[in-house]
Structure formats: C-alpha cells, structure tokens
Design a protein around this ligand. Sequence first.
Ligand code: NDP
Length: 333
Amino acid sequence: MAKVLLTGGSGFVGAHILRTLLERGYSVTATVRSSEKGDKILASHATHRSRLSYVIVKDIAEEFAFDLAVQSSPPFDYVIHSASPFPVDFTDPVNDVLNPAINGTIGILKAVKAHAPGVKRVVITSSFAAIVNTSCPPKVYDENSWNPVTWEEAVANRSLAYRGSKAFAERSAWDFVEGEKPGFDLVTINPPLVYGPVIHSLESLSGLNTSNQRIRDFVLGKHLGNELPPTGTFLWVDVRDLALAHVRAIEVPAAGGRRFFTTAGYCSHKRIVDAIRETHPQLSARLPDNPIDDFPENCYGYDNGRVRNMLAVEFRSLHQGIGDTVSSLLRFM
Ligand code: NDP
C-alpha cells in the first residue's frame, strides 16, 4: 500500500484529496497546523483510521518546517503539497501570501530531497493564477501559458498578490527540480476557480473557503436585483474532479514532469445563478431575477485535453457542481 504525505489536509481542496486517496486505498499522513484540526480529520474518517495519521506543521513559511514531517516509517512514496494561503483578506502581501506560498513550496522540496529518499513524485497544487496572462492573453490557455506578473507588481497591487504567489511558487518548484536534480519528479496541477461540496471541518459559513463564498453569497440573497458582481475568471472546476486529478497524477507514470490545466470549462455568475435556480428552485426568491451575463463574446479558449487524455479525468457539469455545492452549504444555514 503506497504511502502519501498530504499538506493542507484541513482545507477545502485538501479534504477532498484526502478522501480520494483513502477511497483509492492509500495510506495517508496529513499535515495540519494544530492537533485540534488533526483530531477532527481522524474523527471524520473513522472507517479508514488504520491508514490515516496526521503530523503538525505550524507554519509552512518557516525554514525547515517540513524536515520532520517528511520522515516516516515505512517511508513515504509520494507527496501532495496543497497547503498555501488563499485568503479573502490580508494585511501584508509578502508575509501573509507570497512567503508562505513560495517558502512552503521550496521548503517541502528541499525537505523531501534531504530526508525522504523514498519519495518518487511530488505533486503540487498550483493554479490558473500561475497560467493567466491578462496583459497579453493567448487565444487558448493551456499548459504552455505562464502568468508574467513581477514581484514588484505582486507586492504593490493587492489583487495580484495571490496570483503572484502561485506563479512564483510554481516557477520555483520547476527551477528546483531542474537545478537540484532530486530523486523524485514533479507534477503541478493548475485549477481555475474551484467550487464543490464542503467536507472539511467548518464551524459556520463565515469561515467558508474563498472560492465557495461566491456561491454562499448568492444563496444568502446578497445579490438581489439585476446586477451581479463581475465574474472575473470564466473558468471553473469541481473540487471532486480536481482531487481525482491529484491522485491520478501520482498513479500515471507519464504524468511526471508535466503541468495539468485542470478545468471543466466556462462559467459566469449568471450561469451559476441559473444552476442554483434549476437545482434548488426553493431558493429562487433569494436570487437575482434576470441578471445580465458578463460572459464575453470573445472569451479566451482553454485546452484541458492533457487532463482528460493522460489523467483520464472527466469533468462534472456546472449544473451538478453548483447544485451539490449549494446542498452542502444549506447544512450550515
Ligand atoms: P483553504 O484555505 O481551504 O486551504 C488552504 C490550506 O492550506 C489549509 O489546510 C490551510 O491550513 C493551509 N495553510 C495555508 N497557509 C498555511 C500556513 N502558513 N502554514 C500551514 N498551513 C497553511 O483553500 P483551498 O482549499 O481553496 O486551497 C488549497 C490549494 O488549492 C491552495 O494551494 C490554493 O492556492 C489552490 N487553489 C485553490 C483554488 C480555489 O478556487 N479554491 C483555485 C486554484 C488553486 P488551515 O486549515 O489551518 O488554515
């Protein structure tokens, strides 16, 4: 039974990767920031308890943060690094967003190289944020596209801090592998906005992960009227398909050394509202009546062929993804 170290197991995406790994028979150790979070994870997977453990990594931005976590007996075969801040709000772009993303990525690669020689592959959750190029968009986004954001722009412009954090972290990872020639290979998974059911521990909807907050706000009736907030990113993926892509990335030998642009396709706030109305008609009174769709006529294209063909991941429809997300949120209302 292969053994996987998963960082960020307490998060929205991490919880789904954890569940998929356990369902597919892996033995998993999740990193968490506290024993309270670790104990909650163990309690929510009672049936797989013998194959699940946790280890505390308080702050991924700290040097040597992962040195102990990567050491295990029997040793780890694979590492999936999904921990990285995706904050709604922050005070300091460098310390709150950029450093944890970059230092965490470099830190885990260094730790694996130094202390975990059994690891064959490291899979990193990167992002469409590392792909998108708003200054000179390609006709079709695919794995060859890179965000050209500079450090100065990411520090000076709050809206670019997160995008910068993912682009710099991913570039650092590829540079590390090229320069250091470790005994493992690297895969990066690059999703756009991720929606889907909440299965991680959550006290209330106010602590919901950043991406699902859009859906929450529609369900709470925050956008009544015809005007919707700008969609911004017109691509999405369901968290369950994203989780499967991470796990397939450790299972498919040919995936090594590649990026995977893991998107299901187009979405817009109007299409999301339509999907909520179709799947949950009882919420209609809280939804905008006939909002304008800001989906652009000449929207950029996308190519998700590598994920479908190489990782054999099929994507859920927006209707299903949004419907299941809303059902999971209603439990907290
Ligand atoms: P969450 O905020 O739900 O999860 C983030 C995870 O990272 C949590 O487990 C969190 O721990 C952990 N983490 C963050 N900062 C630190 C730190 N300094 N030290 C230790 N642990 C830390 O976000 P998502 O699940 O949405 O994001 C997971 C990954 O997916 C990230 O890499 C993100 O960039 C990427 N991604 C997400 C997208 C989305 O739309 N959701 C889109 C594209 C990429 P804790 O629970 O203790 O806070």
